[in-house]
Design a protein around this ligand. Sequence first.
Ligand code: MCA
Ligand code: AMP
Length: 500
Amino acid sequence: MSSLFPALTEALADPDGTAAHRSALRFGDRSLTYGELAATAAPLAARVGEAGRIAVWATPTLETAVAVVAALLAGVPAVPLNPKSGGGELGHIVADSAPALVLAAPGDQLPDALASLPRVDIDVRINVHADLDTGVRAPGPTPPALADELPALVVYTSGTTGPPKGAVIPRRAISTTLDALADAWRWTGDDVLVHGLPLFHVHGLILGILGPLRRGGSVRHLGRFETAGVTRELSGGATMLFGVPTMYHRIAEALPDDPALAKALARARLLVSGSAALPVHDHERIAEATGRRVIERYGMTETLMNTSVRADGEPRAGTVGVPLPGVELRLTEEDGTTALEAYDGETVGEIQVRGPNLFTEYLNRPDATAAAFTEDGWFRTGDMAVRDPDGYVRIVGRKATDLIKSGGYKIGAGEIENALIEHPGVREAAVTGEPDADLGERIVAWIVPADAQKPPSAAELADHVADRLAPHKRPRVVHYLGALPRNDMGKIMKRALAHD
Ligand code: MCA
Ligand code: AMP
């Protein structure tokens, strides 16, 4: 039952202490010290303290970070919402998670799907210390001790079919995963992290915001990812960079014409990639131009972080390193229960994990929760891998072909197919992923139009999906067919499609 953020607790108890004056968060030209964060988040925590669950309109801003910290101080589970989600997706998340209220930055326009929820503005008080210099500086109330099993966040994640499921992430999963990463990466309060990741997923929110705060260090968020921001921050004192492979690919593309970027990356203490596989070609291009090797770590919304190349280990392109402290990892045979013993770099099995880093359940989905675990408590990741003789894990694929990773986002083919079929011009639809140098995979839609003479255009279908679900789920390529290839059982043969 220890504090998730010791530096923040210290700043609350002693607004004049050294911890209070340390830098915590910076978004553009707006920043907060730990003292300011405490003075801003504590009153918000008091306001939401009685709520059952709260939604957070998770724009890439200081407000989102403050809102999530306030929820964690209060012990109220937060549901981060993608502000680009379409009406259908938001409607599902709100109905499923039933938040008591929504926290949003003053001035943010909220869509109709949130109209029924009471709204609380996130009032970020910059320069609180300056105000307090003319007033009374009193210690804040000590946050209540909260049980480790208490849900901290509900993060929505796509499956192969149906709408996204809410993964319930307890406080102990956050603390143990962040402490395991601290061990693997020698991550301390002296580190300054830079990233431009979205704040409604595990990578950007838990690793990218809560990670530095747990260490008593600081984070500079770019608002949106751009290589110029990476150059600026890594040249100006930042020590670590987190990104998805698409971001490192864009860095690799920019490096030949951008010596300042190469110099900035060369100065970084640690460059970390995750959420999808970073192609070896991009690893090599970055290493060649900067002399620095990107390290990869492997995680999942349901498990937080499982493995990583360690800061003191050998960086090896194409691998995700070794299991983190406290994480049990095994590969299993096709039956899903027999453990493979091989460490030969060849024998492929499904990765299963066990440990304090795991989620507790999918909200309102006991069926899906039960299916995700073996009888003896191993979580089935669906990722296929081999292990090198020294234990390094190499991910070689996925069990489900209906899961697409595009730009580091996990996207279920079924979810997009359901949205496409709602379009009046579509009779049948199938969705696949195909390789894309920038995004890893791009979404491809295979459409049987209702009227072959007047098929809906690719742009119209992309907009249709972006409006209902989210822009990153829109098809990038559309093929029109007279019929979908089906087997004798009537099942669509996606492999045949992809090879057409
Ligand atoms: C284009 N746009 C549209 C449409 N077409 N909007 C609406 N309707 C349309 N038809 C807009 C997009 O919204 C976007 O707007 C802009 O055009 C460009 O889009 P895009 O080509 O998709 O690229 P991008 O915006 O540059 O995105 C690349 C990215 C992004 C920055 C790498 O994919 C990204 O942030 N990925 C991170 C994913 C992530 O964090 N995954 C973690 C989950 P605008 O410019 O306004 O945005 S995995 C996880 O958490 C686990 C635990 C793990 O291991 O990490
Ligand atoms: P999500 O469900 O969005 O949290 O995505 C989790 C999935 O991302 C995992 O099951 C993996 O398939 C993939 N993933 C995360 N990190 C890596 C990595 N470093 N290399 C390959 N795949 C990864």
